[in-house]
Write a new protein. Structure first.
Length: 319
C-alpha cells in the first residue's frame, strides 16, 4: 500500500514538474518577445521608436501559425532556401519548378514548394503553376530582416525588432534590425543584394545610422557567399577615409577576423553567409566579448583628429 502511494506521489510530482517547466519556457519566450528592453536602451540615447516589426512586406502571411513560423525560420537558415525565395518573389504571380533551379536542384526546389504549400505560404493551381499568397512582394529584404531578428531571439536569447522607424534622426529611413544582447545595443544593417548591387552611399548611411543610435556593436550583414574583401571592405575603407582622413587606416583598419568576416576595432563587423549565418554571428559576438575591455581602452585613448574632422571613433558614445 505504501509503495502504491509513493508511486502515485511520484507521478503527481512529475506532472507538477512538467507543468512548471512549461510555465518557465513560456515566461522565457515572453521575455524574448518583449521588445521593451530594446526600446528602453534607445530611449536612454534620446531615440524613440514609432514603428517596428511590419508584417505586410513579409513573404508569409501575417496569420501564419506560430508553429509554421518556427518551421519557416528553420528553413531560412539554409542559403539555398533563401535563394529560392528570391526567385519566387521574382516570379510571384506565376512560377514553376524550372523557374527555381538556378541555385538548387529540381528535387530540392520541389521539396521547398511542397513545404510552403503545406504551410499555406504559396498556392498551386490545377495547371501546376505556383504563386505567392502574399502579393505584391517588392523585395526579399524585409523577410531577411525578420529572419535576423528571429535569429537574435532564438539563438542568442536577445529581444530584437526589425524594420524600425525612428523620428527625428539625421539619416532617416528604416533601421533594419536592433537587438538588446548581453546588455548591449546591437544594430544590424541587412543587405540582400550581392556586393555588386551595394553602393558607396549605402555604406555611408550605415555609419550615419550608427551615429544616430550609438550601438555598442554594429553589423553590416550581406546575405551572400561571395568575397567581402573585393568590394565591401574597400568601400568601408573609403568611407572611413572620408571621415578620419589619412590616419583612418592606422586608427581604424578594416581587419580580417577569419574567412570572410571582418572587423573595425573589434566592434564593427562585416558578415556574409558563407558556411553558416548563425555561426558567423556567434564568432563575431564572441570576438567582441573577448576584446571588449580593449575596445573601451581604445575609445578612451585614440588621439583626436585635426579640426574640421569627426574626432570620435565610429559611433562611440563619447562622440
Amino acid at each position: 500500500m505504501k509503495l502504491q502511494e509513493a508511486l502515485r506521489e511520484i507521478q503527481s510530482l512529475k506532472k507538477k514538474v512538467r507543468s512548471l517547466t512549461r510555465e518557465i519556457e513560456s515566461v522565457k519566450a515572453d521575455s524574448i518577445e518583449d521588445s521593451s528592453s530594446v526600446e528602453k536602451m534607445l530611449k536612454m540615447r534620446g531615440v524613440r521608436v514609432f514603428r517596428k516589426n511590419p508584417t505586410e512586406r513579409l513573404f508569409f502571411p501575417s496569420d501564419l501559425s506560430p508553429l509554421y513560423k518556427i518551421r519557416f525560420y528553420e528553413m531560412m537558415k539554409k542559403y539555398s532556401f533563401r535563394l529560392v525565395l528570391r526567385d519566387m518573389i521574382k516570379f510571384q504571380d506565376r512560377f514553376r519548378i524550372r523557374d527555381l533551379t538556378r541555385y538548387c536542384s529540381a528535387k530540392a526546389a520541389q521539396g521547398y514548394c511542397n513545404l510552403l504549400c503545406d504551410m499555406g505560404v504559396i498556392t498551386k493551381n490545377e495547371r501546376g503553376n505556383y504563386q505567392t499568397r502574399v502579393s505584391p512582394l517588392y523585395s526579399f529584404g524585409p523577410t531577411l530582416e525578420w529572419f535576423v531578428a528571429e535569429m537574435f531571439k532564438k539563438e542568442f536569447s536577445s529581444p530584437a525588432i526589425y524594420g524600425v522607424s525612428i523620428k527625428n534622426t539625421p539619416s532617416g529611413g528604416d533601421y533594419d534590425v536592433i537587438a538588446s544582447w548581453n546588455q548591449r545595443l546591437i544594430y544590424i544593417e541587412v543587405k540582400s543584394s550581392p556586393p555588386k548591387g551595394i553602393e558607396q552611399n549605402e555604406i555611408s548611411t550605415f555609419f550615419s545610422r550608427m551615429d544616430d543610435i550609438l550601438p555598442d556593436v554594429g553589423f553590416l550583414f550581406n546575405d551572400t557567399q561571395l568575397r567581402m574583401k573585393d568590394k565591401l571592405v574597400v568601400m568601408f575603407e573609403k568611407d572611413l577615409g572620408k571621415r578620419y582622413g589619412r590616419e583612418s587606416k592606422t586608427l581604424y583598419p578594416v581587419e580580417r577576423l577569419m574567412d570572410e568576416l571582418f572587423h573595425v576595432q573589434n566592434h564593427i563587423f562585416i558578415v556574409n553567409s558563407k558556411k553558416d549565418v548563425v555561426v558567423n554571428f556567434q564568432i563575431c559576438l564572441k570576438h567582441y566579448i573577448r576584446y571588449s575591455d580593449q575596445i573601451l581602452g581604445k575609445l578612451n585613448s585614440n588621439p583626436s583628429l585635426p579640426p574640421g574632422r569627426q574626432a570620435s571613433p565610429p559611433f562611440s558614445k563619447g562622440g
